[in-house]
Design a protein around this ligand. Structure first.
Ligand SMILES: [Zn+2]
Ligand SMILES: [Zn+2]
Length: 192
């Protein structure tokens, strides 16, 4: 059962008071650029909420596992998630800041009137920030052959050798004298 809502209790409205909250976040799918993650288990989160005097600091972690495709070989890869959660909620909207508020409503968060914080967007942002730019099954993943599509971690193919041969022939076309340099002329001496 998903639980991402924090109801701020009365005690937390005193300066320097702090409480710990925890729950789970269910995410089915997450698309991030070319990568698509799925989450078989809910992610676990825990935060400390601290009253700093004029606001509530929400800070903690979200952990779990996401599954996506390796950026090189396309095999499934499990990515461990350990994201930093941090958000600040003002207890009162700043009085003389009404104009600024209109221009940039995202500049700060204000604690809702019902004292309930929905952690879902904050937790999702923390997960996105923690995901790798290029997920890899292993740092040394050899990937797929660009010519025949073979998974080079599991099998080898002739394409690399064939490419090398083609490159050599191309170099010789560019430099016909390289063929002469490779000729062994000693046999001709013996015959003649
Ligand atoms: Zn891989
Ligand atoms: Zn190949």
């Amino acid at each position: 059962m998903q639980s991402t809502r924090i109801t701020i209790p009365h005690e937390l409205f005193a300066t320097a008071e702090s409480s710990t909250f925890s729950g789970t976040l269910e995410m089915e799918r997450l698309e991030l650029g070319p990568d698509e993650y799925r989450f078989d288990q809910p992610l676990a989160w825990q935060v400390d909420v601290t009253n700093t005097g004029d606001g509530l600091l929400v800070a903690g972690r979200i952990t779990g596992t996401g599954t996506t495709s390796c950026g090189r070989c396309l095999d499934d890869v499990d990515v461990a998630i350990d994201g930093d959660v941090e958000e600040y909620f003002l207890l009162q909207p700043p009085e003389d800041d009404a104009e600024k508020d209109d221009d940039d409503p995202d500049e700060f968060e204000i604690l809702p009137d019902d004292h309930v914080i929905d952690m879902e967007p904050i937790l999702q942002a923390a997960v996105v920030l923690d995901l790798p730019t290029v997920p890899l099954c292993s740092e040394s993943c050899k990937g797929l052959c660009p010519d025949c599509g073979a998974n080079l971690n599991a099998e080898s193919c002739e394409c690399a050798a064939a490419r090398e041969q083609a490159n050599r022939e191309f170099d010789q076309l560019k430099n016909p004298f390289s063929v002469l340099q490779e000729l062994d002329l000693s046999e001709h001496d013996e015959e003649g």
